[in-house]
Design a protein around this ligand. Structure first.
Ligand code: GDP
Ligand code: K
Ligand code: MG
Length: 301
């Protein structure tokens, strides 16, 4: 690599953007493994999940931040704080926007917050597979008129268009540095957390609007049997109201069973072993506003 020389580069890159612009999809595409949960509902990513990309040029540690949005509860405030902190610590910020949806007030809110951060910011225009090429430049101008971006990179995270060019641009902005993680490590998150996120993803998939984001998953136990061929996972899904618990369990337990069976498949792929999944549903009123529960669910720093 002529421009970069032979020196190894490394650094931390934050992914920010409104819900559903494709942050998780981009990271999953780059890392090539399902580590950040994806769904078509907003704000399914609550914690920052690190994905690590390594090649001969260097290493990029991605932070999939919950995104900056206007806080509506204690959980919301916590998310905004987490995001801002993440932005101060990183070498580069990728501000993802949705080419198909266009610029909106949510983007404006984020750009206002970014003005106070010194870290360079890329405008990453995602979902270009969904727009006519002629519409792209005017859209980019809308953003450029409001913020001074270090680079503008149009991509399709879903199809992988231009994502290699994005990686090369990222390396160009990273300092010379060490390998922070072993080359074969894709995430430093405890598997337990990812297991919980996979279960929560299935709940969101299967319950639609009835059980919204008032659901949290606590993985109580991940334990391999003595023969090492089966891993027992015990997890509790917390809802805010008894009615939601009823919906989640479903007729004769059908819905919970489906949640379990879908989650089990993903967990088995993640851990590479057979899983026995034991799922429970409990009601914990108003957990979103209780600091103690937040800490227990792992949402604090
Ligand atoms: P996040 O909330 O920013 O993490 O967004 P997700 O990664 O969960 O993506 C939200 C939705 O947009 C999902 O249904 C994705 O499949 C879809 N999506 C993400 N990237 C693209 C893209 O490049 N093209 C298209 N057509 N859809 C995308
Ligand atoms: K999402
Ligand atoms: Mg996400």
């Amino acid at each position: 690599n002529q421009i970069l020389g032979r020196k190894f580069r490394s650094g931390f890159v934050a992914l920010i953007g409104r819900p559903n612009v494709g942050k998780s999809t981009l990271m999953n595409h780059v890392i090539g493994q399902k580590i950040a949960i994806m769904s078509d509902k907003p704000q399914t990513t609550r914690n920052k999940i690190r994905g690590v990309y390594t090649d001969e040029t260097g290493q990029i540690v991605f932070l999939d931040t919950p995104g900056i949005h206007k806080p509506q509860s204690k959980l919301g405030e916590l998310l905004v704080r987490t995001s801002r902190n993440a932005l101060e610590e990183v070498d580069l910020i990728l501000f993802l926007v949705d080419a198909a949806a266009g610029a909106g007030p949510g983007d404006q809110f984020i750009m206002e917050n970014l003005k106070e951060v010194k870290t360079p910011v890329f405008l990453v225009v995602n979902k270009i597979d969904q727009v006519h090429p002629d519409d792209l430049l005017p859209l980019i101008d809308q953003y450029r008129n409001r913020f001074s971006f270090a680079e503008v990179v149009p991509i399709s995270a879903l199809q992988g268009n231009n994502t290699n060019a994005l990686l090369q641009q990222i390396f160009f902005y990273l300092p010379e540095g060490p390998m922070y993680y072993p080359a074969d490590q894709v995430t430093d998150h405890p598997e337990r957390f990812i297991v919980g996120e996979l279960i929560r993803e299935k709940v969101l998939e299967l319950t639609r609007e009835e059980v919204p984001h008032s659901v949290a998953v606590v993985v109580e136990e991940v334990k391999a049997r003595p023969d090492n061929r089966i891993v027992d996972v015990m997890a509790t899904i917390y809802t805010e109201r008894p009615s939601q618990k009823g919906i989640l369990i479903g007729k004769k337990g059908a819905l919970l069973k489906e949640v379990g069976s879908r989650a089990r498949k993903d967990i088995e792929r993640l851990l590479g072993v057979k899983i026995f999944l034991d799922l429970w549903v409990k009601v914990k009123k108003d957990w979103r506003n209780e600091e103690l529960m937040l800490r227990r669910f792992g949402y604090t720093e």
